[in-house]
Write a protein that binds this ligand. Structure first.
Ligand code: ATP
Ligand code: MG
Length: 407
C-alpha cells in the first residue's frame, strides 16, 4: 500500500552550520539499521528524510526505525502522482484522483467504527493552487461521502480526532499518510563521540546507556566479573543487556575484566566499611585505562543520588577523584519508577530482573560508609598494589563484540 517512509528529526534542526554532519550521520545510521532488509533509496529534503521501499517491506523498516536515535517520528506514506509536471498546474482531474487515493488510503487504514477523523494539509510549496484549509475541507467531505454508512459511523473531530489524515505538499510533490509513529528522539548515535558504559546486570545501567545513545553517544561497555562468586548466568545477563543496547546503538565492544583478585584484595586489606567505596574506585581506574585505549571521552554509569548507600555526593566524589574522564550519570536525579518505566520501554527490564549475583552485592558490608572521607579512603588504599591489580584485571579480560544491527 505504501511506497515510502517520511522520517522526521527534531533537534538536529537546531544545529546550525553542523546540520549536514548530523543529517549524514542519521542517514548512515538508518542505512545500517535496515541493511539486512535491502538497499533503499534515501533522500534528504530540508527538514525531512525520505526512504523509498517496496510496500511489503515498509512495516519491517518502520519497526527498525522507531529504535534509531535522532528520529522523532515517521510515517509510512503514499506519493500522489499527478498528470501535470508542476504542482502549480494541479487541475480538476488531478484533484479527483487525489480524492480517490485519499479515500482508498483511509479505507485501508481505518478498520474500527464508530470513529472520528480530521484531514490536515501542510502546503510548504506555495505554488500549489489550493489553500490548505480548503483542500483539507474538500478531502474531509469526500471521505465522509464515500466512507460513512450504517456500519462505518464516522465524524469529523478537529480537536482530538482518532485518525489524522495528513497531506503534505512540498517541492512539487504531494504525500499522504495516516500514521505517525514515535521514534526515540534525541541525536544520532555517534554524533556526540564515544563513551565507556559501566554495565552491570541491574536495572539502572542499561537505561543510562540508552540515554547516552539517545544523546548521540556511541558506546563501548565494561562489566566487572568476579568468578566464581558471580556465575556464568550473571555474565550472560550482561551480554543479553548489551544486545538490547546494540539494537539502538549498533556495535558495542563488551569488555569483561577479571575483578575477583581485586575484590579479594580489598576484602583482605581494607576496612570493611570502605570496601564498596574502594571497589568503585578500582572500577573507575580500570575504566580509565579502557576508555583511553578505545578513544572514549567519558564514562557512563547508572548511579543515582541517594538510591543506595554508596550513591551519596561524598561517594560520587570519591569515585570522581580517581576518574580521568568526565563521569556521565544520566539517571542522577531520576526516581526509581521513572527508571523502571524507561527500562520497560527499551525492553531491558525483563532481562535485568532475572535473578543473579552481582559482584557488589556479595561484598557489600552490613554497614557501609555513606560519607567516605577522601583522606581515609586514600589511607585505606595504601595497602593495595593498585597498579598491578589493575594490570592483572585487564590482562585477564575477555572481549565480546556485539552487533544486533540496529545502527
Ligand atoms: P545497576 O542497576 O545499574 O546495577 P545499582 O542501582 O545496582 O545500579 P550500584 O550497584 O551502586 O547501583 O552500581 C552503580 C553503577 O556502577 C551501576 O549503575 C554501573 O554503572 C556500575 N557498576 C556496578 N557494578 C558493576 C559491574 N559489576 N560491572 C560494571 N559496572 C558496574
Ligand atoms: Mg547493581
Amino acid at each position: 500500500m505504501y511506497d515510502l517512509i517520511i522520517i522526521r528529526y527534531g533537534e538536529i534542526g537546531l544545529k546550525g552550520d553542523n546540520i549536514n554532519d548530523f543529517i549524514n550521520q542519521l542517514v548512515a545510521n538508518i542505512k545500517r539499521a535496515t541493511s539486512d532488509l535491502g538497499d533503499f533509496e534515501i533522500t534528504t529534503i530540508f527538514g525531512r528524510i525520505f526512504l523509498k521501499a517496496e510496500a511489503a517491506k515498509i512495516n519491517a523498516i518502520c519497526q527498525r526505525l522507531i529504535n534509531v536515535p535522532g528520529i522523532i517520528s515517521l510515517s509510512p506514506a503514499q506519493k500522489f502522482n499527478y498528470s501535470s509536471k508542476k504542482v502549480s498546474e494541479f487541475d480538476q482531474s488531478d484533484f479527483n484522483r487525489l480524492k480517490k487515493q485519499v479515500v482508498r488510503l483511509f479505507r485501508a487504514e481505518v478498520q474500527n467504527y464508530p470513529t472520528t477523523f480530521k484531514v490536515e494539509t501542510t502546503r510548504a510549496d506555495k505554488s500549489f493552487p489550493i489553500k490548505s484549509p480548503a483542500l483539507s475541507r474538500e478531502l474531509g467531505a469526500e471521505i465522509l461521502r464515500q466512507v460513512e454508512g450504517p456500519e462505518t459511523e464516522l465524524k469529523v473531530d478537529v480537536h482530538q480526532p482518532e485518525h489524522l489524515l495528513e497531506v503534505e505538499i512540498r517541492r512539487g510533490k504531494i504525500y499522504i499518510f495516516v500514521r505517525r509513529e514515535a521514534g526515540p528522539g534525541g541525536l544520532p548515535v555517534k554524533s556526540s563521540g564515544k563513551a565507556l558504559l559501566l554495565l552491570s546486570g541491574g536495572i539502572d545501567s542499561p537505561v543510562a546507556g540508552w540515554l547516552g545513545l539517545k544523546r548521540g553517544l556511541s558506546l563501548e561497555a565494561v562489566y566487572f566479573n568476579s568468578p566464581p562468586y558471580t556465575s556464568e548466568r550473571a555474565k550472560q545477563k550482561v551480554i543479553d543487556l548489551t544486545k538490547i543496547l546494540s539494537r539502538y546503538g549498533g556495535e558495542i565492544k563488551l569488555q569483561i575484566p577479571y575483578f575477583t583478585a581485586i575484590q579479594q584484595a580489598i576484602l583482605k586489606k581494607c576496612p570493611r566499611r570502605y570496601t564498596v567505596t574502594i571497589m568503585r574506585r578500582m572500577m573507575i581506574r580500570i575504566a580509565n585505562q579502557l576508555a583511553a585505549q578505545n578513544e572514549s571521552l567519558a564514562l557512563v554509569t547508572g548511579e543515582n543520588l541517594g538510591q543506595v548507600a554508596s550513591q551519596t555526593l561524598e561517594g560520587l566524589r570519591s569515585s570522581d577523584q580517581v576518574a580521568k574522564f568526565p563521569v556521565l550519570r544520566p539517571l542522577i536525579t531520576m526516581d526509581k519508577n521513572e527508571i523502571i518505566k524507561l527500562a520497560k520501554k527499551i525492553a531491558s527490564y525483563q532481562i535485568s530482573i532475572r535473578p543473579h549475583e552481582d559482584c557488589c552485592t556479595i561484598f557489600v558490608p552490613q554497614n557501609p560508609v555513606t560519607q567516605p572521607k577522601l583522606a581515609t579512603v586514600e589511607y585505606a588504599e595504601e595497602e593495595l598494589a593498585i597498579e598491578e591489580l589493575v594490570k592483572e584485571a585487564i590482562a585477564k579480560m575477555e572481549i565480546i563484540t556485539i552487533n544486533e544491527g540496529a545502527c
